[in-house]
Ligand binder design. Structure first.
Ligand SMILES: Nc1ncnc2c1ncn2[C@@H]1O[C@H](COP(=O)(O)OP(=O)(O)OP(=O)(O)O)[C@@H](O)[C@H]1O
Length: 261
């Protein structure tokens, strides 16, 4: 499915938020967020604990809807479609915008069935097609060589790093346009982390990726642009190199140099 690009602010914009506000009942968790997220780029969301990074990520595929008492104001535009609209089909939206969480969450079923799950739900029943999807998704997630002889084995038996790549393969199997990642390497060892980071750099050729990370080096290594969040606001949004070498705002400088947070 082709991504519809937004005109105006930047020709490569895929997602634009306009005056986005988000509330958990009375907690005003996101305050007036105006961001343009660009195609085939990695955007990193950084900032101290509780500043709203995960909340922002979850507004992009309406995951916060599942929490009672929440409220969104403002717009989230993908193409000319405002995905905050009640008319939006959230199942379809979450197919277009896949998500990888902090803790890998494979289903308690075989490796094959984990990957085939999404395509089957979306109507794919042809065994040969499913075989192809499973293989290409596992290859794209750099896991195929490690599991190709054990596709019938239970996925929860894989190592943490393998499980995280499996979950990524499961996301890729439904051909999303955008991939959201919420601290995807925080439970991984350095070798698995390096593999996933390498994968992110490969995947951005085909996908748009938005990643929440507490790891400043990781943000610097994998992202093109970085948004610094503080108390529910975006204090600074710029190309990653600028954020880490020449931030405009004192709060950004204090955070990246470890003076608070
Ligand atoms: N389910 C919830 N119900 C009520 N308040 C919530 C809920 N989830 C988050 N919050 C609040 O919203 C604010 C933003 O939280 P969020 O989890 O988005 O921050 P974060 O920057 O991702 O933090 P961390 O880095 O620790 O994951 C915090 O004040 C938090 O307490």
């Amino acid at each position: 499915m082709a991504v519809t690009l937004l005109k105006a602010r930047n020709e490569k914009t895929v997602i634009r938020t306009e005056q986005l506000q988000f509330y958990y009942s009375k907690v005003h968790a996101l305050k007036n967020i105006n961001l343009d997220l660009k195609q085939n780029q990695v955007t990193a969301l950084i900032g101290p604990s509780g500043c709203g990074k995960s909340t922002f990520l979850r507004t992009l595929n309406r995951m916060n809807d599942l929490i009672p008492g929440t409220r969104t104001e403002g717009k989230i535009l993908i193409g000319d479609m405002d995905i905050t609209s009640p008319q939006i089909d959230t199942v379809d939206l979450r197919k277009r915008i896949g998500m990888v969480f902090q803790q890998a969450n494979p289903f308690p079923m075989s490796i094959y069935d984990n990957i085939a799950y999404g395509p089957r739900i979306h109507g794919q029943k042809n065994k040969k097609k499913l075989d192809e999807i499973v293989e290409s998704s596992l290859k794209a997630a750099a896991l195929w060589d490690e599991v190709k002889d054990n596709l019938g084995k239970i996925a929860t038996g894989l190592s943490g790093g393998q499980q995280q790549r499996l979950v990524l393969a499961r996301v890729l199997a439904v051909k999303p346009e955008i991939i959201l990642m919420d601290e995807p390497t925080s439970a991984l060892d350095p070798i698995s982390t390096a593999k996933l980071e390498q994968l992110i750099l490969e995947l951005k050729k085909e996908y748009t990726i938005i990643i929440v990370t507490h790891n400043m080096q990781q943000a610097a290594r994998v992202s093109d642009e970085t948004a610094f969040f503080l108390n529910g606001e975006v204090v600074e949004f710029a190309d990653t190199n600028t954020i880490f070498t020449n931030p405009k705002m004192k709060q950004t400088e204090d955070y990246i140099s470890g003076r608070f947070g």
